[in-house]
Design a protein around this ligand. Sequence first.
Ligand code: NDP
Length: 456
Amino acid sequence: MKRNMKLDSYDFDFFVIGAGSGGVRASRIAANLGARVAVAEERYYGGTCVNVGCVPKKLYSYAAHYKDDFEDSRGFGWESSDARFDWGVLKKNKDIEINRLRSAYHSLLEKSGVSIFESRARLVGPNEIQVGDKIFSARHILLAVGGWPYVPDFGGSEHAITSNEVFAMQSAPKSIAIWGGGYIAVEFASFFARLGVDTTLIYRGSKLLRGFDEDIRDIITEELAQGINLILENSIYEIINKNNRLELLLESGYRIEVEQIVAATGRRPLTQDLGLETTAVELDDKGAIKVDASFCTAEPSIYAVGDAINRVALTPVALMEGQWVAKCLFGKTADVVSYENIPTAVFCHPNVATCGYSEEQARSLGLAFDVYESRFRQLKHTLSGRQELSYIKLLVNLTDDRVIGAHFVAPDAGELMQGVAVAMNAGATKRIFDATLGIHPTLAEEFVTLREKRTS
Ligand code: NDP
């Protein structure tokens, strides 16, 4: 990778298109390393994560948890008969917080000395970017343009909204269908159901969260069926608008009527109309920008990171990639980019959190491993009366005793998995897990008290 710190005939050393997670991180690091940096953003600072993704979703998920908490509190002696939920209050307070975060991102860029263009930018050559009626030159360009919800095209598909629009809803619908079985579908179905909306989840597969460990998929499909109307192995054939109610005609011939439908059918890189044809940058068949191990595109002056390259569409991954590019271009050293042991959580109810290999991945790699697992009811629910079960599973490599997979279904599993990911990154063995004292009584102590190997 080329490094160039001297001022030269370019307007900027580094021009970043997109001020989402990856773009902001790369811009700030490059500017702090002395580069002359510009960033162009046409929509909102902070990108999907801050505006219509991780942050508002987590706030809605917190809101949803209160329903369980009110119910659970009764077994502990509390009475909360008049608790009522007001969607408008949640929406208003969420907007205030998102606006605050957006401004914070903007001012972080300003304070780092980054030139900010609140406008769409297009490439007009390997080193040129058009912003409005101006053309700027840059030695290096970073495409951090993110992704956008994808809705399959079929009769009436224009009536489906996406996760983006959910966060603009002024009031809650009485009934909603969520279409899909991935991260967004299960998270959104979980919070809608607890916020008092009659929720149906329609998924073409037989169990939710494809790509996750099969045991996790079994359990979460079972758990979500408590309170959500799950329609599996089915898909939507047509949506018919009937006086503001939507009739969904399913492939099985079954019909349901709802007030709103959310398509959570995946996301695609937002790479259209970027002027890529004026450069050698190439896209794959999903529209993702093709990059090499250094995040460099087929055009040597242009790099790309985050959802736009569609490797692992997670905020912390985009941050890691953006930081790596900036450090490589303008710093002396760069941290290692590793896609191993990426911890991730799905904020459905209960949470799913995972790090490392699923059992199926480990098997397909030909690894020899032991499985330790436990299905249990957490202490709190002995008094709350809630039937919810938790599940934990560790995969342990037979050759070196390292923990190569950790999977957890439990309240706050996302919080609990972070520390386990640190241990796994440090190469912790099962012996080290076993030698670590538990914190009693907690859910997390299950990680260090698993003794029985699965025998079949
Ligand atoms: P996912 O790829 O996770 O899920 C898409 C779902 O839509 C899958 O269940 C898929 O089915 C289904 N689907 C796709 N095409 C069709 C179709 N034509 N007809 C019917 N069903 C279809 O995407 P999401 O939109 O849920 O999320 C996008 C990404 O954003 C995630 O992959 C994740 O990387 C990130 N994200 C992360 C979160 C977190 O960290 N907590 C939260 C939300 C999003 P099938 O499984 O059969 O392919």
